[in-house]
Design a protein around this ligand. Structure first.
Ligand code: SIN
Length: 308
């Protein structure tokens, strides 16, 4: 009879970490999502120290992440975490939408065991791939953390709420805005620098039960010099369900954009106002604020609210 949670399940979803290029010197001209999760584990021999299971949930470039894959992933994570012998789940993912998936999983599952996402900026074929070390670090963090959705990249541990991709090319591509990383991974040891932020309770898998093709349409727009309301009117005409607007500064909007969004709201479209600034909340104002959520996370939040 199994009475000890001692195994870690690694779910593969694709990304650059599973990418392949024809030339080892090529760190950009690769195809993401080519290498299986079993092969990624084999490429990091020190992982043999852990009791691991793998499952290939998807094999895609995360720019193409979609609702059906999110649904599949959330269900797989939940199913594995419910097994008493499973200590934690690690997910390999593309860097491009990793922060959205991390936030989505945190809001839906708020897991009581660790769920650790990791990725790479260089393909598996690179002269110096960053994926094997990141995967090893992610498994080490999964074995030592207590709960919640985390991300591990370049020796740093980030929480789902503050995590953002902040660089398009460097291996140190992620940051926790406003606070710095939650922790560091040093030779396999997790050193916490800060406490996990308080997180809201799980919305639950029932919230995302609807067929993914019927999920609400939530669009993301911005304020900028010369912004007007024509884009909003076009979205309204096409039947948009929700709009997240990344305002300037403290979520400010041009008069014409603001009027168009208020008109949309009066017609039943849910609007959330975030900021295009890299950090900081949106305080006050007429249209509802997304607080300190980045525009892409505000979009996930609105999507989940509309699914209620
Ligand atoms: C992706 O997001 O799948 C491709 C880019 C990356 O992983 O860095």
């Amino acid at each position: 009879m199994q009475n000890k949670a001692d195994r870690i399940v690694i779910l593969g979803t694709g990304g650059t970490i599973a990418g392949k290029a024809a030339d080892a010197a090529d760190n950009v001209g690769y195809v993401a999502g080519q290498v299986s999760i079993e092969q990624l584990v084999q490429a990091a021999p020190p992982l043999a120290a852990y009791l691991l299971e793998t499952e290939q949930v998807a094999q895609l470039d995360s720019k193409d992440m979609d609702f059906a894959t999110w649904q599949l992933l959330a269900r797989a994570v939940d199913r594995h975490l419910a097994r008493p012998e499973v200590l934690a789940v690690v997910i390999t993912h593309g860097t491009d939408t990793l922060e959205e998936t991390a936030f989505f999983l945190q809001r839906v599952l708020a897991p009581g065991k660790p769920v650790v996402l990791t990725a790479a900026m260089r393909p598996s074929t690179a002269l110096m791939p960053d994926g094997p070390q990141n995967l090893l670090d992610a498994v080490a963090v999964a074995a030592q953390a207590e709960s919640g959705v985390l991300a591990v990249m370049n020796g740093r541990v980030h929480g789902a709420e503050r995590l953002r991709k902040v660089h398009s090319y460097a291996v140190d591509a992620f940051a926790s805005v406003e606070s710095g990383p939650l922790g560091l991974v040093e030779e396999g040891r997790l050193r916490w620098l800060g406490a996990m932020p308080e997180s809201a309770s799980a919305l639950g898998l029932s919230r995302i039960a609807k067929d993914a093709k019927d999920w609400p349409w939530v669009e993301l727009i911005q304020n900028y010099a010369g912004a007007d309301g024509r884009g909003v009117d076009a979205l309204l005409a096409q039947g948009v369900n929700g709009i997240v607007v990344a305002g300037t500064g403290n979520g400010t909007l041009s008069v014409r954009l603001s009027v168009a969004l208020e008109r949309a709201q009066a017609q039943g479209v849910r609007v959330l106002r975030s900021t295009r600034c890299d950090a900081g909340p949106v305080i006050g104002g007429v249209l509802p604020s997304a607080g300190a959520l980045s525009p892409v996370k505000a979009r996930v939040e609105l999507l989940l609210q509309l699914l209620a």
